[in-house]
Design a protein around this ligand. Structure first.
Ligand SMILES: *[C@@H]1O[C@H](CO)[C@@H](O)[C@H](O)[C@H]1NC(C)=O
Ligand SMILES: *[C@@H]1O[C@H](CO)[C@@H](O)[C@H](O)[C@H]1NC(C)=O
Ligand SMILES: *[C@@H]1O[C@H](CO)[C@@H](O)[C@H](O)[C@H]1NC(C)=O
Ligand SMILES: *[C@@H]1O[C@H](CO)[C@@H](O)[C@H](O)[C@H]1NC(C)=O
Ligand SMILES: *[C@@H]1O[C@H](CO)[C@@H](O)[C@H](O)[C@H]1NC(C)=O
Ligand SMILES: *[C@@H]1O[C@H](CO)[C@@H](O)[C@H](O)[C@H]1NC(C)=O
Ligand SMILES: *[C@@H]1O[C@H](CO)[C@@H](O)[C@H](O)[C@H]1NC(C)=O
Length: 483
């Protein structure tokens, strides 16, 4: 059944453009099953924050975070390089090895993190402090203390490790300056340490979490690969389109940003291909639309979804295995808010998780306006039969709708449409989001809603109203590569 709101929408915006698309029966990349992952920034350890509204005992939080599993939950960010495990805050200043005022992660913090990640079926990726130095080397004694504590508590099977955050930006006078080779060697020390614990026999090490892919950042990636490439699972780079705290909401649909990611990822891939480990995976290790905590009352609204969904599309197309969204909770760009309730990007991510599978397909478009962007994957087998195809697309044109015509015959000619629109009169700045005209809400603290499509004929074409995004599944496509 098509809802009334939805009907109104289709009638109001008669298509003025139309795009022809053809889905090629060829897999361009296979992403990780944990492709869509997320962070919590370790500013939560600051004495002034101490987790704030993040409520570890909230059943709603568990439902929401588990809703995105399997995924990687990364604890990292700039303060990673001054987080110290199990030292009383008032003694921290005494740490001779550390050049800046450290912040403490307590045993209780760690217990909460590990227990929630296990309950929610997540891997916990913890970013260790690379600024803890012992002479010219990484000082690993605090990590030994953390690892020993893990063993004493039976933790380990879902833990992975990183070392340092954005080491190409260690330019403050209170930060140790590190050469690319030194960073690579410090990763080797970490890998040897991890391997000396049987509890971590399945743990991975990834890095070097640079922001940028040229200059110093490129040199650090090369140093990391040269020294530690043999032992590590992925190269992690960070990416943001623009600075958030001074941005206007219109930046979030400014077309100039959408083209930036592809060349960035190509350069990262080229650096890896040119190394001795050309097959090494590439992850976006920390990423969102806008850096500097996103934009207040914008990054947690419907409008944030355009660049986020596009990033998921471009990354998969570009051969990225994992995209770690900054943040699940915290700052302006949290997927859930301080009431432990979903923001629009949570719903968008949930829908993505349910509909989009691991195999990435090529889509050829014709007569497409630059404001329309279309991606295709095999559908997730969790909800659809093998052979099904999922398309997702967005339209950043503010006035024109687009009509997407699939230039192929597929199965019984039916498609499932999942149109996401702003949930209230705040429009693009709505904190609520509707799916096919119905506002998305949790059923109760333990239950996420069913995400229901509207069934239509493929022949009708897919109407993509101005400034909206949507998913379409072709359930009976029977595409051979998707079987
Ligand atoms: C955290 O969640 C629990 C369980 O719902 C609730 O009892 C408690 O009041 C919450 N704490 C805060 C600070 O909101
Ligand atoms: C803490 O560190 C600051 C800056 O290095 C220093 O001035 C101060 O004396 C230290 N305090 C203690 C108690 O060590
Ligand atoms: C590592 O993974 C294997 C295979 O899944 C499992 O049997 C083993 O118990 C795991 N080891 C640890 C220490 O988690
Ligand atoms: C989009 O961004 C570009 C580059 O920052 C800027 O020149 C242009 O004015 C922006 N367009 C709009 C409509 O804001
Ligand atoms: C990769 O190697 C090629 C051939 O040496 C070189 O032209 C290219 O600039 C390198 N790319 C990167 C990103 O280092
Ligand atoms: C964001 O919205 C809140 C609540 O409406 C308001 O108190 C706050 O001042 C707004 N912040 C900015 C930067 O607009
Ligand atoms: C969280 O989002 C819900 C739904 O949009 C809203 O009702 C609630 O006020 C928000 N809470 C906070 C603290 O922003």
């Amino acid at each position: 059944m098509m809802s009334k709101e939805c009907l109104v929408m289709f009638v109001l915006f008669t298509a003025t453009k139309s795009t022809l698309i053809k889905i090629s029966d060829q897999v361009v990349h296979e992403v990780s099953e944990k492709f869509l992952s997320f962070t919590v920034d370790d500013t939560v350890f600051y004495p002034s924050i101490r987790w704030g509204a993040f409520n570890f005992s909230s059943p709603r939080l568990l439902t929401l975070i588990a809703g995105l599993s399997p995924a990687i939950w990364r604890i990292g960010g700039s303060p990673a390089d001054w987080v110290v495990f199990n030292v009383e805050q008032d003694k921290l200043n005494m740490s001779a090895a550390h050049k800046t005022t450290p912040i403490a992660m307590t045993k209780h913090d760690w217990d909460n993190l590990v227990r929630l990640s296990v309950k929610a079926n997540l891997r916990l990726l913890f970013d260790l402090d690379l600024q803890l130095r012992l002479g010219s080397h990484w000082g690993l004694s605090n990590t030994v203390e953390l690892f020993d504590y893990c063993v004493s508590q039976g933790y380990g099977f879902n833990l992975d490790w990183e070392l340092g955050n954005e080491p190409n930006a260690y330019h403050r006078p209170d930060q140790a300056q590190l050469t690319p080779d030194q960073i690579g060697n410090d990763f080797v020390s970490l890998v040897h340490l991890v391997r000396s614990y049987s509890a971590f026999q399945n743990s991975s090490v990834v890095g070097p979490d640079v922001v940028g892919v040229d200059g110093e950042a490129a040199d650090i990636i090369k140093g990391f690969l040269k020294e530690a490439g043999q032992y590590t699972k992925a190269v992690t780079v960070h990416h943001y389109y623009f600075r958030g705290d001074i941005a206007k909401w219109t930046e979030y649909i400014n077309l100039t940003h959408f083209g930036n990611l592809k060349p960035y990822l190509k350069t990262a891939k080229d650096i890896i291909r040119n190394s001795s480990y050309p097959q090494m995976a590439l992850w976006l290790g920390e990423t969102d639309d806008a850096w500097h905590s996103g934009t207040a009352n914008v990054s947690d609204r419907y409008v944030s979804g355009f660049l986020w969904l596009d990033k998921l599309g471009v990354s998969a197309q570009s051969g990225v295995d994992v995209v770690i969204r900054q943040t699940f909770w915290g700052h302006n760009y949290g997927m859930i808010n301080d009431s432990m309730l979903p923001n629009p990007d949570y719903w968008l991510s949930l829908l993505y998780r349910r509909l989009v599978g691991r195999l990435v397909l090529d889509v050829v478009t014709e007569h497409s306006p630059v404001t329309t962007r279309v991606y295709a994957h095999c559908a997730s087998h969790r909800y659809y039969k093998p052979g099904a195809v999922t398309l997702f697309m967005l339209n950043v044109a503010t006035k024109n709708s687009d009509k997407i015509i699939i230039n192929q015959q597929f199965g019984d000619g039916k498609m499932d449409v999942y149109l996401m629109t702003p949930g209230n009169e705040d429009g693009l700045l709505s904190q609520e989001v509707s799916l096919n005209g119905h506002i998305l809400k949790m059923v109760d603290d333990h239950t996420l809603p069913e995400l229901k499509p509207v069934q239509k004929d493929i022949d009708e074409g897919i109407i993509l109203p101005p400034t909206t995004y949507l998913f379409v599944v072709l359930p009976s496509a029977k595409l051979s590569v998707c079987k």
